[in-house]
Design a protein around this ligand. Structure first.
Ligand code: GLP
Length: 255
């Protein structure tokens, strides 16, 4: 994997760095390299992980690196951002299934160090507060990986979510259900609700890595860079986080 040269950085503010890369492969490799370097520096890192299409390449590189360079996840802990409500963990559209399939089954992470909200429980409210406190008791998240929805959502925090929200139940936007229906047989199968870390939960992470790829995210990237901070565009709050790196590919920044 290549070394990231400083010339790839665009300083947005003191805190937010934008790394422009040529394509999805480079985005995935660069993100993997950042994560691997951190794991090598601190073996007991706590990672916040995301799902969706965007981080699939990153996970592929992490698996490849684990197999070839033996980066160890023995002492790494993970917390996922979100989970659909009402899907069984072995449903292949659950995020639990996704994480095992793309990452956990292929690295030496201990199952007891892997955490996702349980979206398939009778008391979802209770699950939300359990998950929120559990992250805190664990000492918080060192590095949170994020994707972005075309409407600016992060995790499943849809436009209009209060910035002070902690882990909570959300009703998914029609646009989000439509976008995610590509993984299901029909749109009717896409759950209407999910459990997600809140914006406040995400903002407590010590560092954030936001991945933005493809033409369908170009508008969201532009709005993030040029727009103001508003609950109508959840990702905009990241401008107030002290340590954010955005990795964006050409399809998303050059439209
Ligand atoms: C999903 C997830 C988000 C993800 C986003 C973008 O609904 N809940 O965590 O970042 O939407 O997904 P994708 O990477 O597939 O475009």
């Amino acid at each position: 994997m290549g070394i990231i040269s400083a010339s790839n950085y665009d300083e947005m503010s003191d805190a937010m760095k934008v790394m422009k890369v040529k394509n999805y492969e480079e985005l995935s490799k660069t993100a993997a390299e950042i994560m691997i370097n951190k794991i090598n520096l601190s073996s007991s890192l706590t990672l916040g992980l995301a799902t969706g299409s965007t981080p699939e390449g990153l996970y592929r590189y992490l698996v490849q690196d684990h197999k070839s360079r033996h980066t160890s996840y023995e002492h790494v802990t993970t917390f996922n951002l979100d989970e659909y409500a009402g899907l069984n963990r072995d449903n292949e559209n659950s995020y639990y299934y996704y994480m095992n399939h793309h990452l956990f089954n292929h690295i030496n992470i201990s199952p007891e160090n892997v955490h996702l909200p349980n979206g398939n429980t009778v008391n979802l409210e209770e699950e939300c507060s359990r998950y929120e406190s559990f992250i805190e008791q664990n000492g918080g998240i060192d590095l949170q990986v994020l994707g972005i929805g075309s409407n600016g959502h992060i995790g499943f925090n849809e436009p209009g979510t209060p910035f002070q929200a902690k882990t909570h139940i959300v009703e998914l936007d029609d646009t989000t259900r439509k976008a995610n229906s590509r993984f299901f047989h029909t749109i009717n199968e896409v759950p209407t609700h999910a459990v997600t870390m809140g914006i406040a939960t995400i903002m407590k992470s010590r560092e954030i890595l936001l991945l933005i790829s493809g033409k369908s995210k170009a508008e969201a990237f532009k709005r993030l860079i040029e727009g103001g901070i508003s609950e109508q565009f959840p990702a905009s709050i990241l401008k107030q986080h002290p340590q954010v790196t955005i990795i964006v590919d050409r399809d998303a920044y050059d439209c």
